[in-house]
Every structure is written in C-alpha cells, then in structure tokens.
Design a protein around this ligand. Structure first.
Ligand code: PBG
Length: 323
C-alpha cells in the first residue's frame, strides 16, 4: 500500500505568486548603501580594475553620477578618499579642506536627502597602507585612535550623518562617541566595522586606493577562523556607543551575521559585500559559469537572510535596476 504524503512542501513552491507570498526574505533599495570613491582633480572618472561598472570620481563627476544613483532610488553612500598625497602620518586625512571634507560638503548641498557615511581609516592617506599609524613595524593603538577620532569629527562637522570607523583599533568607537558628544555632534551615527576580518577579498579595493600595505593587517583585523571573538567585538562596540554594527566581508561570514542577529538585541546589523566578493561573481559570470543577475540577487538575498538589515554593495545600482 502506498503511504499518503500529508505534508507536501512543494505545494508552496508551485506558483510564482505563492512563492512571493511566502518568501521569508525581502529587501528594497532603501536597505542598500553604495560605496563611492572620490579623488582629487576635475572631470576625472577612472575605472577600477576587477570591479566592472565602478569608478573613482572627482567630486564634480561624482555629483553627476549621484544624480543617476538617486534616480535609481539609492538613498545612501559610503565615501572613500583616493588620495595621491600619502605620507607616514596620513596627514591629508586631517586637513580641514581635505578631499573628503569637500566631497561631503558638496554632496550634502546637492543631495540634502542623501545619507552620507564616510569611512574612517588612514589607509587612503598613508604610504605604508595601514589603517592607523605605523611605527617601528607596529601599529600603535591609542595614538592611532587619537588621529582617527580627529578624522571622524572632521567628517561629522563637514556634514556626514554617519561615520564608519573601519580600522579595528581597540576603543575607537568609544573615543569617537565621546568626541562627538563633546563637539555638540550627538546626532551623528557611528557605523562600526565591528567584525572586520583580515581577508584576501579586499584586493580590488586596495587597487582602487593605490594602497600598498607593508606586511599585513593581521594585528588589528580579525582572524577568519574566529567566530566567538566577533561576539566580544560586538559587546564592546555596543557598549562604546555604536549605532550600527557591521560584518565584513559578507558572504563568507554569514554565521557571524546570524550570530549578530541574535546577540545584538536591536542594534541594526550591516554587512559589507566587499570588492573581492563582487569581483568573483563578475568574473565567474564573464566566464559563463553563472548568470550575472541571478548571482547578484542570490548573493544579496543570502546576506539579508542571514540577518543583515543593511547591505553595503557595489551592486547597489544593478540591484536597483533588478528590483
Ligand atoms: C580599510 C578598508 C578596506 C575596505 C574598506 N575599508 C580594506 C582594508 O581593510 O584593507 C575594503 C572594502 C572592499 O574590499 O570593498 N579602511
């Protein structure tokens, strides 16, 4: 006698409308943040190796590009400086009229409803390529925090609504929060790169920055073998005053995103789909190994499914078109 099947999960998959109705994961363009690279000069638009469709823009060109971006419904950007003025201290980062400071001002003026976040780290401005200072082969923690805090305040004063320290120094979120409070900038958000791993996936990004790292970043970025340690970083960043906590890279670190979802207790979680993740998808699609649009959507759905509320991705414009 044939056993009768009572539960048939396929019933819910039989029709596209039903599939939409029961889909557990949904997102809109509002959830996406677009990284944007700014550089000195005028009328500059340079393509970035291994990142199709991504460019480094001078501020005037960035404003033109942002017009398109806004039309696609994208509502926030994460700014990076691409500077040729590099030295050991990263002095360019603290200039009152630095590229980023001017960029923030112009973007806020032309697009007042756009949320502008800025990356806070010294690597675009240092000749050693590290996110902090570099002395006798080491990255001094507290001295680096002082410089990074100053940089964050500069960005916030210029009008950035969000500062995003990506340096992984100990205590930097607390120091920035304290400095924001005492500078009458208590409404500025801190998006902390909380679990940022020492990853091989930052290659195209470092190429875009023309950053040559002496050695590696393993004394401050996390070891990819560690999961529980991310929870320690999470506790500290929340205690120190982070508003949003971020996991980076994203797709190889879905367990961390999922842990954060359960442990953050209401603090929103962002995930950064980094340059290497995007480059791998584009390269695979170019070689015919997968369909580009399907791969983009699947990669993003999985990051949201794991628990992210916000995804920082170079695919934001492509996704906006796909949605
Ligand atoms: C460092 C920083 C990096 C990225 C964002 N901020 C690279 C690094 O840590 O070396 C990587 C982003 C990407 O790969 O897309 N300030």
């Amino acid at each position: 006698m044939k056993t009768r099947i009572v539960q048939r999960p396929r019933r819910l998959r039989a029709d596209p409308v039903l599939r939409e109705m029961v889909a557990e994961t949904e997102f809109s363009v509002s959830k996406l943040m677009l990284p944007l690279f700014l550089t000195d000069g005028k009328d500059v638009q340079t393509s970035i190796a291994h990142l199709d469709g991504c460019f480094t823009f001078s501020i005037d060109r960035a404003l033109k590009y942002l017009k398109e971006v806004r039309q696609l419904g994208i509502k926030s950007v994460l700014l990076f400086g691409v500077s040729t003025k590099k030295d050991a201290q990263g002095s360019e980062a603290l200039k009152k009229d630095s590229l980023i400071v001017r960029g923030i001002g112009e973007i806020r003026e032309h697009f007042p409803d756009l949320i502008v976040a800025t990356d806070v780290a010294l690597d675009p401005y240092t000749d050693h390529g590290h996110d902090g200072l570099f002395e006798k082969g080491e990255i001094p923690n507290d001295a680096s925090v002082e410089v990074l805090t100053e940089m964050a305040i500069l960005h916030a004063k210029a009008g950035a609504q969000i500062v995003a320290p990506s340096d992984m120094m100990d205590g930097r979120v607390g120091a920035i929060r304290e400095a924001l409070e005492s500078s009458a900038l208590s409404n500025t958000l801190i998006l902390a790169y909380t679990a940022k791993y020492a990853s091989c996936l930052y290659g195209p990004f470092r190429g875009a920055l023309q950053a040559q790292v002496i050695g590696d970043k393993k004394t401050y970025q996390m070891d990819s073998r560690n999961r529980l340690e991310a929870l320690k970083e999470l506790r500290l960043d929340i205690q120190e005053g982070a508003d949003i906590i971020m996991v980076k890279p994203a797709a190889w670190y879905l367990d961390i995103i999922s842990d954060f979802k359960h442990e953050a207790r209401g603090t929103p979680i962002a995930a950064y789909q980094v340059s290497g993740e995007v480059a791998m998808i584009q390269a695979a699609a170019k070689r015919g190994a997968c369909d580009l649009n399907r791969a983009i959507l699947e990669s993003i759905h999985c990051i949201f499914r794991a628990g992210a509320e916000i995804v920082v991705t170079y695919f934001a414009p492509a996704l906006a078109k796909l949605l």
